[in-house]
Design a protein around this ligand. Structure first.
Ligand SMILES: NC(=O)c1ccc[n+]([C@@H]2O[C@H](COP(=O)([O-])OP(=O)(O)OC[C@H]3O[C@@H](n4cnc5c(N)ncnc54)[C@H](OP(=O)(O)O)[C@@H]3O)[C@@H](O)[C@H]2O)c1
Length: 290
């Protein structure tokens, strides 16, 4: 894929493309924040958002006050005004939307972020457009997301230019990675759900810091900076977590007193079982939406 510096063609494409979001909830908001952040998407690029109720549209507009966002309660109106359509509704709501917009999607780009909705399910109803299935996570909101995405099996070889444009679009949200659709349930469990695992770890650390007597704000700052510092060290020095662990954990030292408890209590088993439960749920959703 071309680097962002080499991406003048993609930038030009984006400046001419109109982007729409069907669904005005948490994921649509995270994506729009990500796109608008630091003016990464030109303010002239019109963004369209459709919703089911005036309430959710109103809450969307309030969150993006000052930005030029067109809203509608009619998904077909959104499709008529856009070139790239993101589907951001809950899984059970997806089929109804696909049927509704199907006839209007010819030669447009359709990006679904709906968990469990397969490319095959989508193309059964949308046959004449480019279909992308993605599983972004909420850090997209600040341009630090991970965006695993899959394409119609031969789309990437058939339509290299379009794939490069899609990759560029996702790169505005963080780190895109083109994967085989077979890995989408795993990507959902690891990347989509991932921020929840990190938050559970953070909650445990912060609560313990408070229990030891640190004031609330100090406890949060202490643990946030500790985790950020650890991650930055891993990334900047390209050190593996195993290597860093061995550096922190000297034999019979203080850290080892903690890690021994974590191993004895089955820390790794708990984490693996949790991820596997999420993956199974994502796979079951794929089956139930068929
Ligand atoms: N949240 C995450 O971390 C995350 C991560 C990756 C992928 N996803 C996927 O993103 C999708 C959306 O999740 P979410 O967390 O954003 O859910 P959400 O906050 O409940 O948002 C869903 C939105 O869809 C709207 N909607 C429902 N039916 C509609 C219709 N027929 N036409 C237009 N809009 C409609 C809802 O409107 P009302 O409010 O008026 O009902 C609501 O605003 C899900 O499929 C999920 O799998 C979420």
């Amino acid at each position: 894929m071309e680097s962002l510096d080499q991406s003048n063609g993609e930038k030009k494409w984006l400046s001419h493309s109109r982007i729409g979001f069907v669904g005005s909830g948490k994921m649509a908001k995270a994506l729009v924040h990500g796109f608008l952040r630091n003016n990464k998407m030109s303010l002239e690029t019109p963004i369209w958002v459709s919703g089911r109720s005036k309430g959710s549209i109103q809450s969307f507009l309030e969150e993006f006050e000052g930005h030029k966002i067109h809203t509608t309660l009619d998904n077909r109106e959104l499709v008529n005004h856009t070139d790239v359509v993101f589907l951001c509704v809950k899984p059970p709501q997806a089929e109804e939307v696909l049927r509704e917009i199907s006839a209007l999607m010819a030669s447009k780009v359709f990006v679904s972020v709906v968990a469990g909705l397969t490319i095959k399910d989508i193309t059964q109803l949308l046959s004449h457009c480019m279909v992308v299935r993605a599983m972004p996570n909420l850090p997209c909101q600040i341009g630090k997301g991970v965006i695993p995405y899959a394409l119609n099996r031969d789309e990437d070889t058939k339509n290299r230019k379009m794939v490069s444009l899609i990759h560029y679009l996702f790169s505005l949200l963080g780190h895109p990675i083109l994967i085989s659709e077979d890995l989408m349930a795993a990507a959902t469990a690891l990347v989509g759900c991932g921020p929840a695992y990190v938050c559970m770890l953070m909650i445990g650390l912060i609560e313990q810091a408070k229990a030891y007597g640190f004031p609330d704000l100090e406890a949060i700052q202490l643990m946030n900076e500790m985790v950020l510092g650890t991650l930055s060290l891993l990334m900047e020095t390209k050190r593996s977590p195993e290597k860093l662990l061995s550096e922190v954990k000297t034999p019979r030292g203080i850290t080892e007193a903690a890690t021994q408890v974590m191993v004895r209590k089955g820390w790794e088993d708990i984490l693996l079982e949790a991820i596997e439960a999420a993956k199974k749920k994502a796979e079951a959703l794929e089956v139930s939406l068929k």
